[in-house]
Design a protein around this ligand. Structure first.
Ligand SMILES: [Zn+2]
Length: 183
């Protein structure tokens, strides 16, 4: 029993979402990041894996869904210090199955549409990759500036005069001084 729990479950390469929803199927296992080429091309690294925990079913409103979580830790480059950035991804998946655009428009707000025909298969890697790509931040950065400092980032010094920015205030100060003097 314990041995079975410790074994890494194998994910199927493909699923048929509508059938999976009808059968209340589950998708649990791990997927190597190396199997996600669009993601790894963006990150520039392919180390690690994604833990996939998804289940499918039909809700009270009759919406067929695939929901659950994807967890991964990816390595990226901080756009502030250009140092390595470990980015934990914990993605909540809430997909509503739709077979056309009209159905997508009718889908309740809590779902993201997954457009797929009833008898079609989709690649599990594509599904996982799409969700992870959507969850990536627009501009990856260390949350703590001190971490950027470790990688050699120096914060712009506020006391350094910036001629373009400071001049209006300098002019105002001079004006104030002049008006004070004239009284
Ligand atoms: Zn940084």
């Amino acid at each position: 029993m314990i041995r079975r729990l410790m074994e890494t479950p194998l994910l199927p390469a493909k699923i048929r979402p509508w059938r999976m929803a009808a059968e209340h199927g589950c998708l649990n296992g791990r997927l190597a990041l190396a199997a996600l080429p669009r993601l790894t091309a963006l990150l520039g690294a392919a180390e690690g894996e994604v833990v996939v925990a998804l289940s499918a079913g039909c809700d009270a409103q009759g919406v067929r869904f695939i929901q659950g979580r994807l967890c991964a830790e990816v390595e990226w480059t901080c756009q502030r210090c250009l140092g390595p950035l470990r980015l934990p991804l914990d993605v909540q998946v809430n997909l509503g199955l739709v077979s056309d655009e009209a159905a997508a428009n009718r889908l309740p707000d809590e779902y993201d549409p997954l457009l797929v025909q009833e008898n079609s298969d989709i690649a599990v890697a594509d599904l996982v990759e799409d969700e992870l790509l959507l969850a990536l931040p627009q501009i990856p950065r260390h949350e703590d500036l001190r971490e950027c400092a470790v990688h050699g980032y120096a914060q712009p010094d506020e006391s350094t005069p910036d001629p373009k920015k400071r001049q209006p205030f300098a002019a105002l100060a001079t004006l104030l001084q002049d008006s004070q003097r004239s009284h």
